[in-house]
Design a binder for this molecule. Structure first.
Ligand code: SF4
Ligand code: SF4
Length: 382
């Protein structure tokens, strides 16, 4: 059988067909698809039909680009970028200046309603503020035109998804998420976290190429395959939480034994992402695995609502937290008691989110849950 262009490219990079199929199988597992789906994934990636993609960067640190390109499988990113027609990406493209901006203008003009826009970074909320301009145009103006003409938009990282650090109090640039900056944007997918996990971005693209529609989403428009379970529920230290075994000081005996980090400020009970399974750096490890609490980076407004990072989930006005915090401090053991603690943590964070939103001008909507709509499952463009 004649080799596809993609396989020829991969073989030149020393990647065998076996490696490629192993990658497709790992994507099927991550997406919760049957193993047999690996063949369909391979076929979809190998197709010569290349979806057009533009990657915009606004108020960001390029951390999501770095995360994607420096993933544990460097070939994964290359493989997927080879599969796509990446018409514009400031950090990666060779062109600069007018030539680069022309590539973006041409794509929007010639492929209206056909391309996918990926957005990294928050967007200053005023057209004429002077914050974050590219080629003399404001980020808000660019985002509205490019995302407004796209078939779909993927916000990667917590800044694009929820405003992130730029939108943290006092939010000097009036930074907005994509959802708030481009109201009504079509087929928006949010891939939160700081940065978004490269494996999850790859899996989203693979799903898109294979199934020809977006995956099911949660209340914040995040794919359920990546954000459907809390860190706490998948955590390798959960048995210690359930047994009332907690680290109480850095380097103490409990820390050395890998006990639960809840008392050290872990926000895992209030955070949803698949970090315990997918991990980081090619499945090498993840924060809790190496002894650091989860700081809740995938959640709305985490710089405001999850801080201080090294303090236990906080007391909240109107809730007598001593009912469930004291037993933890006393080291009470038992699944029933710890289950009540877990429930209490979740309730407190829900309560806190609802009653202490970060200060803003009242226009923010992306940190609020929304009902599913028809665009969740809209077909991809041809
Ligand atoms: S509180 Fe944190 S460390 Fe403890 S079980 Fe939950 S997620 Fe894991
Ligand atoms: S463990 Fe928590 S803070 Fe770390 S990447 Fe995952 S969600 Fe973010």
């Amino acid at each position: 059988m004649a080799q596809t262009r993609l396989m020829q490219d991969l073989e030149r990079q020393g990647i065998s067909r076996r490696d490629f199929l192993a990658f497709c199988a790992s994507m099927a597992t991550l997406l919760g698809l049957p193993k047999a789906a690996a063949g369909a994934i391979a076929k979809a990636i190998e197709t010569d039909k290349r979806p057009i993609l533009v990657w915009l960067e606004f108020q960001d640190c390029a951390g999501n680009t770095e995360s994607f390109l420096r993933s544990g499988h460097p070939t994964v990113a290359e493989l997927l970028l080879d599969t796509l027609s990446l018409n514009y990406h400031e950090t990666l493209m060779v062109a600069a200046g007018d030539q680069a901006e022309s590539a973006l203008e041409d794509t929007v003009a010639k492929h209206k309603g056909e391309y996918v826009a990926i957005v990294e970074g928050a967007i200053p909320g005023d057209i004429d503020s002077g914050f974050c301009t590219i080629g003399g145009r404001s980020a808000l103006d660019i985002a509205r035109e490019v995302c407004g003409s796209a078939a779909a938009t993927v916000a990667v990282g917590t800044c694009a998804t929820f405003g992130g650090l730029p939108a943290a109090h006092p939010n000097p640039t009036r930074a907005l998420s994509v959802a708030d900056a481009v109201p009504g944007v079509k087929n928006l997918i949010n891939m939160s976290a700081c940065p978004a996990n490269a494996e999850n971005i790859a899996a989203l693209i693979v799903y898109y190429l294979t199934i020809k529609r977006w995956p099911p989403l949660d209340q914040y428009r995040r794919p359920l395959f990546a954000y459907g379970e809390s860190i706490h529920d998948g955590c390798e230290r959960r048995a210690h939480f359930d047994s009332g075994q907690f680290v109480e000081a850095w380097g103490d005996e409990a820390h050395r034994h890998g006990y639960c980090l809840y008392q050290m400020g872990c926000k895992g009970p209030a955070t949803s992402q698949n970090c315990p399974n997918v991990q980081w750096n090619g499945h090498t490890n993840w924060p809790i695995g190496c002894g650091h609490p989860c700081i809740g980076c995938a959640e709305p407004n985490f710089w405001d609502v999850m801080t201080p990072f090294y303090q236990r989930l906080p007391d909240v006005e109107g809730i007598d937290s001593s009912k469930w915090l004291d037993p933890v401090g006393l080291g009470l053991t038992g699944v029933v008691a710890a289950g009540a603690v877990a429930h209490g943590v979740g309730e407190v964070m829900r309560y806190r989110r609802g009653h202490r939103p970060p200060p803003d001008d009242g226009t923010r909507t992306s940190g609020k849950p929304r009902e599913p709509d028809a665009s969740d499952h809209e077909e991809n463009p041809k």
